[in-house]
Design a protein around this ligand. Sequence first.
Ligand code: CTP
Ligand code: MG
Length: 552
Amino acid sequence: RCPALRRLSCAGTLAADFRREEQPSGSAETGCKDKTPMKTFSEVQDGRREQAQRTVLIQCPNKISEKKFLKYLSQHGPIHSHFFYESFGLYAVVEFCQKDSIDSLLNGTQIPTVGTEAVIPFRSRFFSLKLKSPSGHITEKSPVQPSNQLPPSSKKLSELLCSAESVADQLTTLLKEFQLTEENTRLRYLTCSLIEDVAAAYFPGCTVRLFGSSVNTFGKLGCDLDIFLDLEETRKLGTHKSMGNFWMEFQVKSVPSERIAAQKILSVIGECLDHFGPGCVGIHKILNARCPLVRFSHQASGFQCDLTANNRIALKSSELLYIYGTMDWRVRALVFGVRCWARVHSLTSGIPGAWITNFSLTAMVIFFLQIRSPPILPSLDALKTLAGTEDKCIIEGNNCTFIRDLNKIKPSENTETVELLLKEFFEYFGNFAFNKNSISIRQGREQNKPDSSPLHIQNPFETSLNISKNVSQSQLQRFVELARESAWVLQQKDTAVPSPSSKLPWGLAALLLPSLTQSKKKQKKFGNERLKDLLESIKSNSAESSTNTSRK
Ligand code: CTP
Ligand code: MG
């Protein structure tokens, strides 16, 4: 594989998914053409799921001998891979070659006794490794090398960006530093699989699926873990077993709507995670949201988890984003650049509220790349036209059909540089007629806005919905002003390119400066508006009806 591919390959998807990635300075020179067929989204998901089921999470003593640790564990079967990481202690993620090894490990593990307290004897794939005689343990000369799970500090990022050679190089650096690593991706699938084990105590054979930025190729280190409980298989099981004049049905309880069913199921699983789930803390049920969810922290992995039920459309939109993100390397480079820019300027926030979300920003970048001439990305309608019968997909009456085999999509003929695209993205949205137009990645064209919400981005599958319904006029205004200022910065000779004489941040580094040409007065005005939006957000969150938590 050529170095450019290796540099950019994203762990969220298998490396082979990126055969069309090219070096920003032009691939014609490198002549790099990898003909490895690209995996479909489901192939990647299935592979990762199966891998996670052969994997365990182990909290380890701080000074551990890696060699002895592996020797001890391999008595249960051969180990395929492992890594260590730190998060309030040392943890190891160990992948066995066979699933049977996990049973052997479970059988050889004890439930602890904790002084005067009582323990809940819940057996899971999350273990603690204990030393028989801690004092007698010989400290290794070379301690284990924990893998990093965090994005770079802003100081380190600024240094890296300033020493890059061009804006394109800066974008590539940003992508490389922020994208999910192989280890982080494994930890995400493992956490999801551990939650599935808890849910399976109630619904044997259920699946807990990972969606959102953990899987759509746009995940940044530190992003949340979006998971949903999928009971489709449980519903389907046994449907073929009818014989003669009979068939058998389970006796079940029924409730008035799917929504109520989801609320009941999530409520109970939330309780279960709270009371029995090792490492699951801060459980918060947000059942009155449009899409009911349970939010909690998985302490050992450090992930903030959002568990929903029956969220197949969101999984489908993750698949669509995966396709867009994998089609052309410029897509992810731009999305990462724009997401980081928005985060630095507090346009996005970890708290649900009136601000723009990463999902909306991604849709804006995709839309912008659809309207280039020639287009860099096809519209969703064009992807639907390319679909075969095997791609047909209707979810809850919504047509979610599009081509899923990346190998059948022709690469774009557009050769614009990522540098130009970034500048023009800011220019385009700095002057977009938000008051009358809506953004539609389904059609790949501006549409008339169907309602009066400040920002209207059509949900690609539930086309009557607006994915940015929560965004306030003042937040949109902030976005527009910052976009204009950023386009201006990228046009200036002294800030657009590196200058050997001055040490001033340039290009992307200049855009990521928190002050970005804002006057004190303007900063104060925006500060006040943000405070107002924050208060609004707290009010609506406490009423548990935030629209932003909605996945639909
Ligand atoms: N989603 C949606 N409609 C919304 C919000 C979210 O369909 N109004 C779906 C999208 O598939 C999105 C996923 O839910 O990717 C998870 O939402 P969220 O966590 O807000 O966005 P992410 O894309 O995961 O981005 P982030 O890195 O900020 O978590
Ligand atoms: Mg997310």
